[in-house]
Write a protein of this length. Structure first.
Length: 290
């Protein structure tokens, strides 16, 4: 499914004519001016899965943020930008749509995933503390003697009877919600994507491989491919993960080139470096696989 068809970025002279005048010399940052125009990036054409490949500082995250702001996509975590950013997006960028962008479309960043994992951990820590309190409460109630003076005493007696009728673990389970299952960072990160990504929407993913093991990156690769193929999702992904880059039929823009170009994943510089390294050690792998 294709919702976002094309996106247009300004030429360098368009940036200069709109922003570089005497009135704006007080600003010490002109981001995102020249970040993309110096690479000749003026237009992106999208497929159901489009990948922006490049190292740190290549501009791939900048592209996602610009697209997200232009389309007014939902986002959970704020991002840093200069005083020029919104005017750059509003006046210099444009896009072409094949279909209306679904309302639940969003941008997902690595900060979102990290915050999600921290929230799970904090919730579990609170549950663990409450469990310890219930262990102590169980022991005090099980062997306590009560005299009736008020309704509060009656409530305590009810608790004591509950404690006496159950084992310690049964009492705690009765009075405590189950722990949110605390998975490894990689498992939690994958669960976040599987919960956030539903059918019929456009998703911008900024380096989703962060916190994911190789095994979980492969799981995410299959999940994204199937979501695009069977559930009417469109993805624009910034990544340098070889597993995500290998998604079948993905269109890959190489932002590491001086002039941005479309390439198959097997021709990307870092992927060739991986290939050469493993081929150099092919005999070791063959030996250990016997």
């Amino acid at each position: 499914m294709i919702y976002l068809d094309t996106f247009f970025f300004p030429y360098e002279d368009e940036e200069v004519s709109l922003f570089m005048d005497e009135k704006r010399t007080c600003y010490d940052s002109a981001y995102p001016l020249k970040v993309l125009s110096q690479k000749g990036l003026e237009r992106l054409d999208f497929e159901p899965i489009t990948i922006l490949y490049g190292g740190n500082g290549s501009g791939k995250t900048t592209v996602l943020n610009i697209i997200a702001e232009k389309l007014k996509l939902k986002r959970e975590t704020a991002f840093n930008h200069s005083a020029f950013f919104q005017q750059y997006v509003d006046f210099l960028c444009s896009c072409g749509l094949q279909r209306e962008i679904p309302e639940k479309s969003c941008i997902i960043t690595s900060d979102d995933v990290f915050d999600y994992m921290l929230n799970i951990r904090a919730l579990n820590e609170g549950i663990d503390q409450k469990r310890e309190e219930l262990f102590s409460e169980y022991l005090s109630l099980k062997y306590a003697d009560f005299a009736f003076h008020s309704l509060d005493d009656y409530e305590q007696l009810k608790k004591a009877n509950l404690a006496r009728s159950k084992t310690q673990s049964q009492y705690v389970r009765k009075n405590l919600m189950n722990n949110v299952r605390e998975l490894s960072n990689g498992e939690s990160a994958f669960m976040y994507f599987s919960e956030k990504i539903t059918e019929n929407a456009l998703y911008l993913l900024d380096e989703p491989e962060n916190s994911l093991s190789a095994e979980n990156q492969i799981k995410l690769m299959h999940f994204l491919a199937e979501s695009a193929r069977y559930f009417n999702c469109q993805f624009v992904i910034s990544t340098h993960s070889p597993f995500l880059l290998s998604i079948e039929n993905a269109k890959i823009y190489d932002l590491d080139e001086e002039i941005v170009d479309v390439k198959p994943w097997t021709e990307l510089k870092n992927i060739r470096a991986y290939y050469d390294f493993f081929m150099e050690h092919e005999a070791d792998f063959e030996k250990s696989g016997r």
